[in-house]
Ligand binder design. Structure first.
Ligand code: ZN
Length: 218
């Protein structure tokens, strides 16, 4: 994508998208995965980003595309080896994101021990809401995440159920990568992932409507 500023945090431009897998126990269990001993990290390309009002395109390579609603965290200050107690200084704001996943392609990759970049990285596979500034969220570990498909609730949980907290994740990521302003962290999905098909409308909400995201599926 062209250099694009983050909606709601217009002084920041998107950099990397770090994603966390299996960060909620019941989601790991619904896909018969082990709960990880340390954060499971993968990346999505910025070419996969779309915004409120846009459409997810089901790629011809997949017959089973899933939604995963997730808390998105935007980094506002560079850092390496960030101590957990300093994490908040590095956060710019929060949004709601959907980690769209080609589950059939991901399952084949998992079976073979291959990376997930293809399953997670198609164009339009990273819908992101407008972000709210960090001072609008008192505690990132007590945020409701909600997702409906055609008006029917599919995912509804709270970030207090995360295995690794936002502070844990930012600390851990920063021991590997220098985090930079504009980096986004998708912090993992709670239970309830399910297939989406052409014609669906997906609505996601952070903290009971503090910010929302509506996308269609083509
Ligand atoms: Zn995910």
């Amino acid at each position: 994508m062209k250099k694009q500023s983050i909606p709601g945090l217009s002084h920041l431009q998107f950099r990397n998208i770090f994603c966390i897998g299996r960060n909620y126990v019941e989601h790991a269990q619904e896909l018969q995965n082990e709960v990880p001993a340390q954060p499971l990290v993968f990346l999505k390309p910025t070419s996969s980003i779309i915004f409120d009002g846009d459409a997810i395109h089901i790629p011809p390579q997949s017959k089973n595309v899933h939604h995963e609603v997730e808390l998105a965290v935007a980094i506002d200050k560079a850092g390496k080896n960030i101590p957990k107690e300093k994490v908040l200084e590095h956060i710019g704001g929060y949004g709601i994101g959907i980690d769209v996943t080609a589950r059939d392609i991901q399952q084949k990759a998992k079976d073979k021990g291959h990376p997930w970049s293809v399953a997670k990285g198609f164009d339009t596979f990273a819908p992101l809401s407008t972000f709210v500034k960090k001072n609008q969220i008192a505690n990132p570990q007590n945020i409701d995440l909600h997702l409906t498909v055609n008006g029917e609730t599919r995912q509804s949980d709270n970030t207090k159920l995360m295995i690794f907290s936002v502070a844990d994740l930012i600390h851990y990521l920063s021991t590997i990568f220098t985090l930079q302003p504009g980096d986004i962290i998708l912090t993992g999905t709670p239970k309830g992932v399910s297939p989406i098909v052409s014609g669906d409308t997906i609505e996601a909400s952070l903290d009971s409507g503090l910010t929302t995201l509506s996308v269609t599926v083509e």
